[in-house]
Design a protein around this ligand. Structure first.
Ligand SMILES: Nc1nc2c(ncn2[C@@H]2O[C@H](COP(=O)(O)OP(=O)(O)OP(=O)(O)O)[C@@H](O)[C@H]2O)c(=O)[nH]1
Ligand SMILES: [Mg+2]
Length: 412
């Protein structure tokens, strides 16, 4: 991952992918209650919330990020979000916009599967009632698997011949095939380890190829489920069925993308204060006028806010969209790593007292040497310093609070 992480939004048509994108970014993507509103993918910047190093050193007042922002020690680090066309059953064979959609996803690092739990859209995204969206959770993964399997099996004969004639390792041969999905040899190795596969590649059966692809999808496209439209009165049934079948709550988040979009609009118009995670504050909840909010005079608007409080905040606590992004990033084990020019002041220049200006999301456990290459590219680095000016070995690893503030000394 040599760039900002890319999170793909996937799901059947009309599940709320574009609305989710709009709720997390300033994209303004087109949304609509009919299938295939989105055809070309929409890409926009969202922000992952992490703890900033400035809080650890009592320097929140001096924190001035070059990218994103920082508020009271809470850092908003850019991540890319990609909203693609809806997927329908049979997409891997080209149904709907199948192949195109899937190809758009190649470079995603993690996926948010947006599942419509209102029961009001069928598998193709058409209006209906009482639909059981548990089915969507199951077939969508199947479509991604069949797509990659199809691409592999189509060429398996020549892949095998080449593998034998070049005496390549299984990892190298597979990596040749998977590099188009943004894979690396390390990813391929991890996926073979995951299924403890030792059988030589030229003897793999169709069933073995399927196991390899399944492990590859788990490794390369870790997916969380955003159960969306929880504001809908019929949502409870689907939520119950899905959470019963998939009890891993780290991978399931309940969301109402449309409510987050609505709240963001209220905030922009000056009617509400909202941090994204706490309760919504309007003028009547702010007697001391801390937030200088406008009075809501439109009765219909007031009613919509009251319903939102009853149906959403009271029952579920939040709109869930920020939690969905955080959950997707958690699958990638990302931590913020801060690079500074001066390891004692945490600044980048002697004339600017802004601290921790540069921050990058890096996979926990990455070696310092790889972090150097990610941040500095080919610039030669003589040595690396950590907090207190202590030298850090390039083979040492990064974690929260450990080698996560680094200073690179240029030279040979
Ligand atoms: N009640 C409710 N409706 C929602 C929510 N999110 C999206 N919708 C509605 O669902 C419909 C489809 O939303 P989109 O965001 O266009 O869905 P999409 O998944 O991008 O659809 P395609 O681009 O056609 O694949 C729109 O009418 C949205 O207003 C939600 O959280 N609650
Ligand atoms: Mg869309």
């Amino acid at each position: 991952m040599g760039r900002d992480p890319l999170i793909g939004l996937v799901g059947k048509p009309s599940s709320g992918k574009s609305t989710m994108l709009n709720s997390l970014t300033d994209a303004g993507a087109k949304t609509g209650a009919f299938p295939f509103t989105t055809i070309d993918p929409n890409k926009a910047t969202g922000y992952l919330q992490v703890e900033c190093a400035c809080a650890r050193f009592g320097k929140t007042h001096l924190c001035r990020p070059n990218y994103g922002s920082c508020k009271d020690g809470r850092r908003f680090v850019p991540v890319m979000l990609l909203d693609v066309a809806g997927l329908v059953p049979g997409a891997h064979e080209g149904r709907g916009l199948g192949n195109k959609f899937l190809d758009d996803l190649r470079h995603a690092d993690a996926l948010i599967h947006v599942v419509d739990v209102s029961g009001s859209t069928d598998a193709e995204g058409k209006a209906t009632s009482g639909y059981d969206s548990l089915q969507d959770v199951e077939w969508l993964r199947g479509e991604i698997l069949r797509w990659i399997e199809g691409n592999l099996k189509e060429k398996w004969g020549s892949i095998k011949r080449r593998h034998i004639s070049t005496k390549s390792s299984s990892v190298d041969t597979l990596q040749n095939q998977f590099s188009g999905y943004g894979s690396t040899a390390a990813v391929v190795q991890r996926c073979l380890d995951r299924i403890r596969l030792t059988e030589p590649l030229d003897q793999w059966s169709d069933a073995t190829i399927e196991r390899v692809v399944s492990a590859f999808v788990d490794e390369k496209f870790p997916t969380i489920l955003a159960l969306n439209k929880i504001d809908h009165p019929d949502a409870d049934r689907c939520i119950y069925r899905i959470t019963k079948k998939y009890p891993d709550m780290d991978r399931i988040v309940l969301t109402s993308a449309i409510s987050e979009v609505f709240i963001r609009k209220l905030v922009k118009q000056g009617y509400a204060h909202y941090s994204g995670t706490d309760e919504l504050v309007t003028k009547s909840e702010d007697p001391d006028d801390r937030f200088h909010l406008k009075e809501i005079t439109d009765e219909r608007l007031q009613m919509r806010i009251d319903t939102l409080r009853d149906m959403l905040f009271y029952r579920w606590g939040s709109t869930g969209v920020i939690a969905a992004l955080q959950a997707a990033a958690r699958q990638l084990h990302l931590i913020p790593v801060f690079s500074v020019r001066n390891i004692h002041t945490f600044t980048n220049s002697s004339t600017d007292d802004g601290v921790f200006k540069d921050c990058m999301l890096i996979k926990r456990g990455t070696q310092v040497g790889s972090v150097v290459r990610r941040i500095m590219g080919d610039i030669p680095i003589a040595f690396v310093e950590g907090v207190g000016g202590v030298r850090v070995a390039k083979t040492d690893t990064v974690d929260v609070g450990k080698n996560d503030i680094l200073c690179f000394k240029i030279g040979h």
